[in-house]
Design a protein around this ligand. Structure first.
Ligand SMILES: Cc1cc2nc3c(=O)[nH]c(=O)nc-3n(C[C@H](O)[C@H](O)[C@H](O)COP(=O)(O)O)c2cc1C
Length: 218
C-alpha cells in the first residue's frame, strides 16, 4: 500500500469480526514497529499478546469490576476532562458531537459505543504495550511512536486497530492473565483484528485545518 493510503485508511475500529489474526502477521508488524526511534535507542517498549481464553477472562473480569462499580486503576494517571486546556476540551467535545451525528439516532450511538468498551471491542487480539516502571517520561513518547508504527504496519497488512485506554483500566486483571512483570507500566492496549460491519466502524473523526496547528513566522 502507498504510505499516504495506509495513513489515511487507518482509523480507530471499535467492533471486530470473529476472524482470527495470523500470529506470523503479529510478529511481522511488531518487528516493523521496532524500527521506531527511541530516546538514546533505549527501546523501552514491550508488547504482550492477549487472545483466546486469556482475553475472554480479561473481558469478563472487566465487566465484573464495572458491575461492582470498582474505580479504574490505570498505571498511568488520567486527567479529569475539565482540567484539560480549553482548546483540547473543545476538540473532545467536537469528537463526541461528530460521533453521535454519524448515527441516525442517539440511542444507537450510545448502544454501540457502550457495547464497544464493555466488550473490549470484541477484538480477537489485544496487544498490551508496556515500558519499564523505572524509566524516563520520554519512554511514554517512545511507546507512542512504537504504537503508531505498529498500527500503520497492521493497516498495511489489511488489519484494523484501536489504541485504547479502556483495556488498561485494571492492570491487575491483565497481569493475572498475561505474565507482565510488576516492574513494567501498562501504557495502552492496541486492539487488533478485522472490522465488523457495525455502523460505529464507518465513523472517521475529522481533523482541524492544518493552519490551526502549523505555525510559521516566515
Ligand atoms: C492513548 C489513546 C487512548 C485511547 N483510548 C480510547 C478509548 O479508551 N476508547 C475509544 O473509543 N477510543 C480511544 N482512543 C482512540 C481515539 O479516540 C482516536 O484515536 C481519535 O478519536 C482519533 O480517531 P482515529 O483514531 O479514528 O483517527 C484512544 C487513542 C489514544 C491515542
Amino acid at each position: 500500500m502507498e504510505f499516504e493510503d495506509t495513513v489515511n485508511q487507518r482509523h480507530s475500529i471499535r467492533n471486530y469480526s470473529d476472524k482470527k489474526v495470523d500470529p506470523d502477521i503479529i510478529r511481522k508488524i511488531v518487528e516493523i514497529a521496532q524500527k521506531s526511534p527511541s530516546w538514546v535507542d533505549s527501546q523501552p517498549t514491550k508488547v504482550y499478546v492477549a487472545k483466546g481464553k486469556a482475553l475472554d477472562n480479561i473481558r469478563t473480569a472487566y465487566q465484573k469490576n464495572d458491575q461492582a462499580k470498582i474505580k479504574s486503576q490505570p498505571d498511568l494517571p488520567v486527567m479529569h476532562r475539565e482540567d484539560w486546556n480549553e482548546r483540547t476540551q473543545e476538540n473532545m467535545q467536537q469528537w463526541r458531537h461528530e460521533i453521535v451525528h454519524h448515527f441516525d439516532d442517539f440511542d444507537q450511538a450510545h448502544t454501540q459505543m457502550t457495547g464497544a468498551s464493555v466488550n473490549l471491542y470484541h477484538a480477537p487480539v489485544i496487544l498490551f504495550i508496556t515500558i519499564p516502571k523505572n524509566s524516563s517520561q520520554w519512554s511514554i513518547f517512545d511507546a507512542g511512536l512504537f504504537s503508531q508504527t505498529l498500527m500503520l504496519a497492521a493497516k498495511n497488512e489489511g488489519l484494523d486497530t484501536i489504541p485504547n485506554y479502556t483495556s488498561v483500566r485494571f492492570p491487575d486483571v491483565v497481569r493475572k492473565e498475561i505474565s507482565i512483570p510488576d516492574d513494567e507500566t501498562l501504557v495502552v492496549g492496541v486492539a487488533l483484528g478485522y472490522a465488523s460491519d457495525q455502523t460505529i466502524n464507518s465513523f472517521e473523526s475529522s481533523r482541524k485545518p492544518v493552519a490551526d496547528i502549523l505555525k510559521s513566522d516566515n
